[in-house]
Design a protein around this ligand. Structure first.
Ligand code: 8DG
Length: 157
């Protein structure tokens, strides 16, 4: 009977089950890392300044987005780069993975290298795009979740 009582204690007074969000399947956000040899042979990575939502607007990220139902991580990243940057990419190796808490729920954040197959990415949805040396990424106001990714890219240099 003790078991039943503990389960009942998990229910809120309004009858909604409070563990519902925690037991929902974890969704994934994919982020693309595109590097190039910039002017003077300097290694640079592409970052974008978000235009929305309000809490993230103006902060810099590695372009990507949420994996939709039935999509692979690679398929989702290629789709996001086509939609947001007008660019065709192939998706390469995973460089970083972590847990991500956002105002709209918990995600797994996965960063993968991408290689450009088309013309230069364009800011179709971002406020701006920038090519930045990994050592300079920390000067930007990065999304907090992207700070460790920037650090690992800097170490990889
Ligand atoms: N794209 C991207 N999102 C990131 C990164 N780091 C990070 O915390 N996020 C967060 C910001 C957002 O809360 C969430 C991604 O959402 P999003 O708005 O880019 O996804 P989406 O393009 O699929 O947009 P939507 O259809 O859901 O509106 O993950 C990152 O490097 N890239």
């Amino acid at each position: 009977m003790g078991e039943v009582y503990r389960v009942q204690k998990g229910w809120r007074a309004d009858g909604r089950f409070p563990l519902m969000r925690q037991t929902a399947p974890m969704r994934t956000v994919v982020a693309g890392i595109l590097e190039r040899e910039g002017p003077g042979g300097v290694r640079q990575v592409l970052v974008g300044a978000r235009s929305s939502p309000a809490w993230a607007a103006g902060q810099w990220e590695f372009p990507g987005g949420k994996v939709e139902n039935g999509e692979t991580v690679e398929g989702a990243l290629a789709r996001e780069w086509r939609e947001e940057l007008g660019a065709e990419v192939t998706v390469g190796e995973e460089v970083y993975r972590s847990h991500l808490d956002t105002p709209v729920g918990a995600f797994t954040l996965v960063a993968l290298r991408v290689r450009l197959l088309s013309d230069e990415p364009r800011p179709l949805e971002h406020r701006a795009l920038a090519w930045v040396a990994p050592a300079d990424l920390t000067r930007l106001r990065l999304l907090a979740s992207n700070v460790p990714i920037a650090a690992s890219l800097n170490r990889a240099g």
